[in-house]
Design a binder for this molecule. Structure first.
Ligand SMILES: Nc1nc2c(c(=O)[nH]1)N[C@H]1C(S)=C(S)[C@@H](COP(=O)(O)OP(=O)(O)OC[C@H]3O[C@@H](n4cnc5c(=O)[nH]c(N)nc54)[C@H](O)[C@@H]3O)O[C@H]1N2
Ligand SMILES: Nc1nc2c(c(=O)[nH]1)N[C@H]1C(S)=C(S)[C@@H](COP(=O)(O)OP(=O)(O)OC[C@H]3O[C@@H](n4cnc5c(=O)[nH]c(N)nc54)[C@H](O)[C@@H]3O)O[C@H]1N2
Ligand code: SF4
Ligand SMILES: [Mo]
Length: 673
């Protein structure tokens, strides 16, 4: 038998490790942390897309409507030349780089190094579409934009509050930790806008009206403050802002919140008491909070709730459960337009100069770059001319994608570095074939900030190259200093030097362990990461959605995830085992609504918003009145609105929509190509 190799799962941010047999490419679960012998179907079949016949084979260059194969030498030379030409004509900020939450720390580190040495902070990744609101809210309150505690703490808490987050579909293995807490007697509370799979395990199921989370959180705090259930000692010694919070939550009586959220006042009181009296608790949240125009405020509200009870350190944790397998790493490596590595602000002169000197230059650009979601305007108005995309599929994943596709068409230069001919790659002038996760080595960081090494299982297919090798060639061709790495480990060692807690650690140790926490396992146990060491309680008011249902568009449309699908489908749809598990996507709607419109279960319908329309079959079932629940993985973003919150995330979870039954029109299933 050949030796099994340990790799990091290429899908979700939970960060399971997989054991892969290099001969059969069969996957089995790693026995140690964090997944302890467990995997979900995606992890179990993770090598299938790697073996897909659809993999890109050679670098390609646009020639009119055709793409023709070229050599790596020519591809890198021409791409570098064109980027330099754009810089020469319009300045460095006319180019933007999109990093990938799918590629390793080393690869993200290299791409942001290229962007900043090239002269721009236009470097971003899909964290912007995801948990950036959490990062901003966490920075404002506790001073560090990441999950505070490891998964291993979850089973020890007496309550788990799951808010706008559906781990039974999106992080199946974390359910194991939550259920261990439940078996110990912990109360599980789930807040969502519909009955989710996760709710099947809950003691309290709170179905609220979409976008009314702040009213609920504020009312819970109202009860906790009124009944003096908060942690007085913790508030006095470790926080500021309590009196403002007390004032702001005064008007959010349970009765008022009942009218706004639809949850009975008595239930709100009972849940507030249960969570407060538990004595310890985790708050876990997801896209149901962040993907709203009030995303930052939504997250602030649930952080306040945890802080009010002193649920920090041994007594609790904040769990913004990260989406992609390396979204946490991409952020820590500095692949964000407003932060240097380690979420350090661009304006921190000492750190910026330290990074610059490590890279062999005097200084780095200080002005915040464009958010991924601001790019499309900048391309439309001609300020951005060139875009370099690594492992990201904005033509499908961005809100109002018709607009995004128009912008992609307008670019002077679009380079896409991916495994497949993605929807985005179809607009590219150059396509660079990247090697998949198990064809290369590197480190990844999961949601709990655990850095794990992923070993190489097999050789790159065709003429593909690991992303870090491609980026190294690009850095050199652009004439940037410091791109002479002889191995990926040299890049690892370089980023280790930027983090004080990693300075003493070695790459060898990382390779031979169950990972290293950055900066440590638990944050804020004794003091917060704010300048004075205290947390800020930031009072917030309910924020109205950008678009409201009206007579023309009477429904609220939300977009959600399904267990066997993954994001824009490029990987899962190329995995035959997952395709077998998938079933046809359907839009879920309420029975009464369906009856009024003459729609029966399985009928073809057309869903329309002010941005566009799509067709699929309806699933008539357990959805609240007035709500349409659409799987995001297909053409959902033809419909969604690109209204942004303060952190730059679109309101993927709330659009005004209408729908009609298709009668004689020929239905075409709207799935990705
Ligand atoms: N199978 C699978 N797993 C995945 C992914 C995938 O595509 N497929 N993607 C990964 C990524 S990138 C991410 S970011 C995570 C996301 O993981 P989740 O955050 O769990 O995913 P979503 O289904 O987008 O949204 C979560 C819930 O928010 C609810 N919601 C919508 N609006 C509101 C609201 O106003 N208030 C409240 N309280 N709830 C609301 C929805 O009903 C939904 O149940 O999953 C990761 N894991
Ligand atoms: N309507 C709606 N839209 C949403 C959301 C929603 O809930 N609703 N959620 C948003 C969220 S949270 C997210 S995270 C985004 C996700 O948006 P994207 O990141 O655009 O989506 P993915 O499908 O994960 O795309 C990852 C790409 O990386 C490629 N890839 C995989 N491995 C490698 C590799 O090793 N190297 C390279 N070079 N490429 C690789 C894949 O082939 C794929 O094309 O979508 C957002 N869009
Ligand atoms: S839970 Fe996430 S990390 Fe684990 S196997 Fe499933 S997709 Fe992979
Ligand atoms: Mo995400």
């Amino acid at each position: 038998m050949s030796e099994l190799k340990t790799v990091v799962c290429p899908y979700c941010g939970f960060g399971c490790r997989l054991l892969v047999d290099p001969r059969s490419m069969r996957v089995s679960p790693h026995k140690g942390a964090p997944n302890y012998g467990k995997l979900c179907p995606k992890g179990l079949h993770a090598t299938e897309f790697v073996l897909s016949g659809d993999r890109l084979k050679r670098p390609l260059k646009r020639d009119g409507n055709r793409m023709k194969a070229i050599s790596w030498g020519q591809a890198i030379e021409e791409v570098a030349q064109k980027l330099l030409e754009i810089r020469e004509l319009y300045g460095p900020d006319a180019v933007a780089f999109l990093a990938s939450s799918k590629v390793s720390n080393e690869e993200n580190y290299l791409l942001q190094k290229i962007a900043r040495l090239f002269g721009t902070n236009n470097i971003d990744n899909c964290a912007r579409l995801c948990h950036e609101a959490s990062v901003h809210a966490l920075k404002m309150t506790v001073g560090a934009g990441a999950q505070t505690n490891p998964y291993e703490d979850i089973p020890n808490f007496n309550a788990v509050l799951i808010w706008g987050y559906n781990p039974a579909e999106t992080h199946p293995v974390v359910m194991d930790y939550i259920l261990r807490a439940k078996r110990r007697g912990a109360k599980i509370i789930v807040v969502d806008i519909r009955e989710t799979r996760t709710m099947a395990f809950a003691d309290y199921k709170l179905v609220i009206r979409p976008g009314t989370d702040i009213a609920l959180a504020n009312a819970m705090m109202h009860v906790i403050i009124k009944e003096e259930l908060y942690d007085e000692e913790f508030i006095a010694s470790r926080t500021v802002g309590f009196s403002e919070l007390r004032m702001a939550t005064k008007k959010y009586t349970p009765k008022y919140a009942e009218r706004v959220t639809g949850v009975p006042a008595g239930t709100i009181e009972e849940v507030a008491r249960t969570f407060a009296l538990a004595g310890s608790g985790a708050v876990m949240w997801g896209m149901g909070l962040t993907q709203h125009v009030g995303g930052v405020e939504n997250v602030l509200a649930v952080i306040d709730l945890a802080l009010l009870l002193g649920y920090i350190g041994e007594r609790g944790g904040l769990y913004p459960m990260r989406g992609q397998n390396n979204v946490q790493g991409a952020a820590y490596m500095g692949a964000l337009s407003e932060f240097l590595p380690g979420y350090i602000p661009l304006t921190d002169e000492r750190f910026r100069k330290r990074v610059a000197s490590l890279w062999g230059v005097d200084d780095l650009p200080t002005e915040r770059g464009l958010y991924l979601t601001e790019l499309w305007d900048a391309i439309e108005d001609g300020t951005v001319k060139g875009l370099y995309v690594v492992g990201e599929n904005p033509a499908v994943s961005e809100a109002d994608f018709t607009r995004v596709r128009g912008a992609l068409r307008k670019l002077d230069l679009l380079v896409v570095q991916d495994l497949f001919m993605t929807r985005t790659a179809r607009y590219a002038h150059y396509i660079l074939p990247a090697s998949a996760f198990c064809e290369k080595e590197g480190s990844y960081m999961n949601s709990e900030r655990r850095i794990q090494w992923s070993h190489r299982v097999c050789e790159p297919v065709h003429d593909s190259k690991p992303d870090w090798e491609i980026l190294m060639m690009l850095g050199k061709a652009l004439g940037l200093p410091g791109f002479d790495y002889r191995s990926v480990e040299e890049v690892t060692a370089e980023y280790f030097r930027l983090f004080p807690s990693l300075e003493e650690r070695s790459v060898e140790e990382l390779k031979n362990s169950d990972g290293i926490f950055l900066p440590r396992k638990r944050l804020h146990t004794w003091e917060f990461s704010t300048p004075d060491g205290k947390a800020r309680l930031v009072a917030v008011e309910q924020v109205a959605p950008w678009e409201k249902p009206d007579a023309e568009y009477p429904f609220i449309l939300t977009t959600v995830r399904l267990i066997s699908h993954y994001n824009t489908g490029e990987m899962t749809l190329r995995s035959p085992s997952l395709v077998r598990l998938m079933g046809e996507p359907r839009v879920l709607m309420n029975e009464g609504d369906a009856e009024k419109l003459g729609i029966a279960d399985g009928d073809w319908v057309e869903i329309e918003t002010r941005r566009g329309r799509i067709r699929m079959r309806a699933k008539v079932g357990k959805a609240p009145k007035g709500l349409l629940v659409l799987p995001f993985h297909f053409k959902a973003n033809k419909l969604t609105s690109d209204a942004l919150n303060k952190a730059g995330t679109p309101e993927f979870k709330f659009s005004a929509a209408r729908l009609r039954k298709l009668r004689n029109e020929k239905p075409t299933l709207d799935t990705p190509p």
